[in-house]
Design a protein around this ligand. Structure first.
Ligand SMILES: [Zn+2]
Length: 203
């Protein structure tokens, strides 16, 4: 790869592939890869819902793997690629790991800590500040998130219709129709596919 711009797009695409794994598993689609000397040494995707843990964010997984490969807690000379602006925990972990460069896809206005709510990655008072590159494959990342939340809303609507049908049998036909329509759009709804979380975007 010639330019650092091409390299950033290449690795962000890898992070997006991981985000799609989260999507398929019913978790908010967020992916991360950690790159050192032009190879991926850590990767992860959001498993918060799948593992019922508030700590299982994509970045944490990537940092854990990367630290194992490098054999140190300092991840100097690495670049972190994230499809969505990091939350406070992950921005904190990036600072703790001394990751010098962070590339972000979409911003997260309600919870992002790389400039949206606060910029923990470039705070004057901290002993570490990261170089930030924003907006790499931004539209792809945002579209994946939009599609995820719209699927979630559809599933919730279908579930409500089904509940109503139990109370009022004449609504059963409408619920069945809705389900068939949804299967046609998304494929069959998987068991436990993250429908309990509502439209929580607070990743
Ligand atoms: Zn996070």
């Amino acid at each position: 790869m010639d330019s650092s711009e091409e390299r950033d797009v290449f690795y962000m695409r890898k992070a997006l592939e991981l985000a799609k794994c989260a999507y398929d598993a019913g978790d908010t689609p967020i992916g991360a890869v950690l790159v050192y000397e032009d190879r991926i040494i850590g990767s992860g995707y959001n498993k918060r819902n799948a593992l019922k843990s508030p700590l299982m964010h994509a970045e944490i997984e990537a940092i854990r793997e990367g630290a194992d490969v490098i054999g140190d807690w300092r991840l100097e000379d690495t670049t972190m690629y994230i499809t969505l602006e990091p939350c406070p925990m992950c921005a904190g972990a990036i600072v703790q790991a001394r990751i010098p460069r962070v590339v972000i896809g979409a911003m997260n206005p309600k919870a992002g800590c790389a400039g949206s709510v606060i910029n923990l990655l470039q705070m004057q008072g901290f002993n570490h500040r990261a170089e930030l590159v924003k907006g790499v494959l931004e539209e792809e990342s945002a579209e994946l998130l939009r599609s995820f939340f719209s699927r979630l809303r559809e599933q919730e609507r279908a579930a409500r219709l089904e509940q109503a049908a139990v109370a009022k049998p004449e609504l059963a036909a409408a619920a069945e129709q809705k389900r068939m329509e949804q299967d046609r759009i998304n494929g069959p709804v998987q068991d436990g596919a993250g429908i309990s979380e509502g439209t929580d975007k607070s990743e």
